[in-house]
Ligand binder design. Structure first.
Ligand code: PLP
Length: 431
């Protein structure tokens, strides 16, 4: 596969765009370096790069593209939005319709506010929680990613009482000191942390089904319920970061799958149909603490822009038929079985975590239920798989901590071709 043009564009990019990429996760640093593939066109389940090579896409732009590229209804909505003028800075009917649509799907969202990214959505839920409780501390779970706001770029050392240290330069120590990190799927660690810090904790933040150290579901059906219970006992609010999970597995939230009710939700990715978006919401009482009704401030020039609203509604409309989820799940299952069979044939230790059409392949023979397990999985083997698949025309996210996302655009032929590429790659790796 000739990727010369990608290399040349990347070299040119490096002279003007910091590090050659507009988001660090797009660089190939975690998969042995080199230049990332520069894409020119997306169509359905496939990408074409600047050299004309074709790839089956499981990156899905890190999640939003649940319908693949250029879905006809989303494109139609976008074209109509362009024709009507793309930004108003006034209320529009589309934001009302979209908020109603989200509330119908997720009734906990009694009041919603649209923002422009998942980062903004999470950041604002934190401000609301702090504003409402009058407390500063936050508890998050090791390895969960909640966007790049200061407080969320903190990884605490192990142990329930440990105080966070910044994971990024530029995050004040005082901010980090307010963030406590505990392992996911370990209720006792959360209970212990709340025993030490509980009276100061404004919120416990969680990805209800983790997507950021690979796909990791709660180990028990009661885990999320217990997280909410112990947080509430300490007087803390619970924020579900559903930026990845909302509308991923069914037409609604992950909270609904476990029949639980967090206080606040942060949404993003899928709900924008590929356009920039974020949203947060919760009960009327809590949300009314936000300006213009309440003292917690949040605003946005682009918030609720007509293009994102109309593309988002078209995207969700095309998800209303439960059959689309059944199909993604079926393809996910077929991929899972094939990948595990190829790994066994090649003698490679693989653990595969899958929920519906989203899954992660870890090179380890252990179960992966916490960040430390994902971290301990073999990075070099992941890089070898990534590169082996790339040269065979299958594009994954360049990190062992990300997921493969099956979209509604994937076909049986894509699945067959992917499994052939996986089998050949694993045989090559076994040599
Ligand atoms: N929350 C979760 C769970 C995410 O996965 C991400 C992004 O990957 C974010 C928040 C941040 O969203 P954005 O990149 O739109 O700011």
């Amino acid at each position: 596969m000739d990727t010369t043009q990608s290399r040349l564009w990347y070299e040119r990019a490096q002279a003007v765009i910091l590090g050659g990429v507009n988001s660090p996760s797009r660089a190939f640093k975690a998969v042995g370096g080199g230049y990332p593939i520069v894409m020119a066109k997306g169509e359905g389940s496939r990408f074409t790069d600047v050299d004309g090579n074709n790839y089956i896409d499981y990156l899905a732009a890190y999640g939003p593209l649940i319908h693949g590229h250029a879905h006809p209804q989303v494109m139609q909505a976008l074209k109509a939005a362009a024709d009507d003028g793309i930004l108003y800075g006034t209320p529009t009917k589309w934001e009302v319709e979209f908020a109603e649509m989200l509330r119908l799907a997720i009734p906990d969202l009694e009041r919603i506010r649209f923002v422009n990214s998942g980062t903004e959505a999470v950041m604002t839920t934190i401000r609301v929680a702090r504003g409402v409780t009058g407390r500063n501390k936050l508890i998050k779970f090791e390895g969960c990613y909640h966007g790049h706001s200061d407080a969320m770029l903190v990884a605490a050392g192990s142990g329930p009482s440990s105080i966070g240290v910044p994971d990024s330069a530029g995050v004040p120590q005082t901010t980090a000191a307010d963030v406590i990190t505990v392992p996911y799927n370990d209720l006792n660690a959360l209970v212990d942390a709340l025993a030490v810090h509980g009276s100061e904790v404004a919120a416990v933040l969680v990805e209800p089904i983790v997507g950021n150290f690979g796909m990791v579901p709660p180990e028990s059906d009661t885990y999320l319920r217990d997280v909410i219970k112990v947080a509430h006992q300490a007087g803390a609010l619970v924020i579900f970061d559903e930026v990845i999970t909302a509308f991923r597995f069914h037409y609604g939230s992950a909270a609904q799958l476990y029949d639980v009710h967090p206080d606040l939700y942060a949404l993003g990715k899928i709900i924008g149909g590929g356009l920039p978006i974020g949203a947060y919401g919760g009960s009327k009482d809590l949300m009314e603490k936000v300006a213009p009704l309440g003292p917690v401030y949040q605003a946005g020039t682009m918030a609720g822009n007509p293009a994102s609203m109309r593309a988002g509604m078209a995207c969700l409309n095309a998800l209303m038929d439960p059959k689309v989820y059944e199909r993604m799940t079926q393809f996910g299952l077929t991929l899972e079985k094939g990948i595990l069979a190829s790994a066994a044939k090649a003698g490679l230790p693989v653990t595969l975590n899958r929920i519906g059409g989203a899954f992660t392949v870890y090179f380890t023979d252990r179960k992966v239920t916490q960040y430390s397990h994902a971290k301990a999985s073999d990075s070099e083997r992941f890089a070898a798989m990534f590169r082996g698949l790339l040269k065979r025309g299958v594009l994954l996210a360049p990190s062992k901590y990300e997921a493969w996302f099956v979209s509604t655009a994937h076909t049986e032929a894509d699945v067959v071709a992917t499994l052939k590429a996986v089998d050949d790659t694993f045989m090559e790796m076994a040599q």
